[in-house]
Design a protein around this ligand. Structure first.
Ligand code: HEM
Length: 413
């Protein structure tokens, strides 16, 4: 395969369904052309950064590498249609300084470890238990990705926002359509752009209503913070507020689902590590970091250069853009020894970039870790055995993805 073809792994959503071959190509790019120019049909050109050091460095230069409105890789036509429709989201990942800090400041305290422990930890524990109970009630077989991993983080995020349980199916469908929409299974065969537009419109309607409720009767949830929040002494603009709901609801869901399903998959494929973790829960914190490294559910973000500058040996010109391949950076053999091996004992697992780094570092990182930890803490002691019983399938998505189907069989103690 030519290097040019290897560069297609970033634009071809299907490439992400064959992860072993995806990682082979990424490893080759890390070795031979770590700042690789991708010129693919339908996409504006970009440099794909595959090394940990380059991804890290560009994230740290947030004054000269901006997120902009177009921080996720989409075909140029999709961006044009979004712009024309006026339905462009403006979330934290679409903002830069000084606006970004102001908007991030609104909810930052909410997501700090101490605050989360107070407000959400008990609920997360309760939800973890109820989902393990649910597994116990399924007769020893389920699709772990679809029946468990997809739903548990959704409940957590809905509790964070204050969305009632009866609205959960609607939210599930919408987040799938917004974030997994390159995968035909989640788009009902409709035109991809149309699926995203419909999902956004539905989201807007839902959260507009929620805002009104929380203005009338504020509670102790994110919805109330956003409904009544102010930036520069002014209430949030409608688009900014709705975008904020959207990013919390979506970023907090699929990402964690993919980490959980992919983490359990990795444990099932490495029974010795599964057993070690079951016997010694003190390994859990590090296991969670390794799961995050291993799964890297957010595959990339983009950054736009505001001046001519060096990245590795390449000069990236003003106005050009780079793709931060977290998935590749987290397999970089210069940082992680034997990087293609899942290893819960890995001493430096927490050097992963699954949450990014710098000013945009994942707002929900502590919450995500808490969710993964409590689920495993609840599941492992109750589990006698668990095995894969059918093919594991992965999402066709170049942005957020991971295990989509994972049939398992298990017995509880
Ligand atoms: C395993 C789960 C998760 C992964 C892998 C993940 C990954 C990421 C990544 C890579 C970024 C971009 C960081 C950067 O540009 O440097 C990000 C940003 C963000 N994440 Fe997460 N995330 C996860 C869970 C969550 C959860 C549970 C929430 C909860 C609400 C959340 C909310 C956000 C928000 C709001 C941002 C934007 C932050 C900003 O731009 O300032 N994420 N996440």
């Amino acid at each position: 395969m030519t290097l040019k073809k290897a560069g297609n792994i970033f634009v071809d959503a299907d490439a992400y369904t064959e992860l072993a071959s995806w990682h082979e190509q990424a490893a080759r790019l890390r070795r031979e052309d770590p700042v690789h120019l991708v010129e693919a049909e339908g996409f504006d050109p970009f440099y794909a950064l595959t090394r940990h050091a380059d991804v890290f460095e560009v994230e740290r230069r947030s004054d000269t590498f901006l997120n902009t409105q177009a921080s996720v890789l989409l075909p140029s036509a999709v961006y044009e249609e979004q712009r024309a429709s006026g339905l462009e989201l403006k979330t934290l990942v679409h903002m830069d300084a000084p606006e970004h800090l102001q908007y991030r400041g609104l909810t930052n305290d909410w997501f700090k470890p101490a605050a989360l422990r107070r407000s959400l930890e008990g609920r997360v524990e309760e939800l973890a238990r109820s989902f393990v109970d649910r597994m116990a009630g399924m007769g020893g077989e389920c699709d772990f990705a679809r029946d468990v991993a997809l739903l548990y983080p959704l409940h957590v995020i809905m509790s964070t926002l204050g969305v009632p349980e009866e609205d959960e199916p609607r939210m599930l469908r919408l987040t799938q359509e917004l974030f997994g929409s390159e995968d035909p299974e989640f788009g009902g065969g409709k035109d991809r752009n149309q699926v995203m537009m419909d999902a956004m419109t539905d989201f807007y309607a839902y959260f507009t209503e929620l805002t009104e409720q929380r203005r009338a009767e504020p509670r102790d949830d994110i919805a109330s913070v956003l409904a009544n929040g102010a930036v520069d002494g002014q209430p949030l603009g409608e688009l900014q507020r709705l975008s904020y709901y959207t990013i919390v609801a979506t970023a907090g869901h699929d990402t964690t689902s993919n980490a959980l399903a992919g983490g359990v998959e990795a444990l099932l494929r490495n029974p010795d590590q599964f057993a070690a973790l079951k016997n010694d829960p003190s390994l859990l914190d590090n296991a969670v970091e390794e799961i995050l490294r291993w799964t890297t559910p957010v595959r990339h973000f983009l950054r736009y250069s505001t001046r001519d500058q060096q990245v590795g040996d390449t000069t990236v010109r003003e106005g050009e853009r780079v793709l931060l391949s977290y998935l590749s950076a987290n397999r970089d053999e210069d940082v992680f020894e034997d990087s293609l091996r899942f290893d819960i004992h890995r001493a430096d697992a927490d050097r992963h970039l699954a949450f990014g780094t710098g000013v945009h570092f994942c707002l929900g990182a502590h919450l995500a870790r808490m969710e993964l930890k409590y689920f495993l803490l609840e599941l492992l002691p109750r589990l006698d055995r668990m095995e894969l019983v059918g093919p594991v399938e992965y999402t066709a998505s170049s942005f957020v993805g991971g295990v989509k189907r994972m049939p398992v069989r298990y017995t509880f103690n």
